[in-house]
Design a protein around this ligand. Sequence first.
Ligand code: IMP
Ligand code: MG
Length: 172
Amino acid sequence: MGDLKVLISEEEVDKRVREIAEEISEEYKNKNLTFICILKGSIFFTVELAKRIPNNINFEFIRVSSYHGENSTGIIEMKVDLQGDIKDHDVIVIEDIVDTGRTLSYLKQYLQSKGPKSLKICALLDKKERRLCEMEADYVGFDIPDKFVVGYGLDVDEKYRNLPYIGYFENV
Ligand code: IMP
Ligand code: MG
């Protein structure tokens, strides 16, 4: 797989996470929030972000997996669904990365049907070049080039999630 290189250092990620936390705290002031963490990739980002926001935060979890068929229509399967009600909640979906945009456009539609008061998307990373359907996150940590990245929750075959930085393999 080649050498593991640092794309975004631990310090840079921490700094950006604090900035986003400030933005969210400012925008939602004293409102109660519901964070929907998209498992498993977003667990690190969700925790680090939430620790820096003073609002009451209710946590929900969703797990989806996407299959990319021959005609490249991504079919999304819900593996773990919401446990609680999000009707009239101020919801922020926390995602590790927006790639083709399929996962989030599916989830946005699905979650909107549950009647939240508001619904925003917060993604740590954004690979805009790879987009196949329209999807704009409301908060983005970093725009990154079209590289396969690992760390800070992101994996390759369930490995490297617990790296404290965002890395990539030179020959992948
Ligand atoms: P999308 O539906 O194509 O936007 O895919 C988003 C999902 O693909 C993310 O939640 C990740 O699980 C996975 N993914 C996309 N790019 C990467 C990457 O560079 N590293 C690790 N996982 C990725
Ligand atoms: Mg994922």
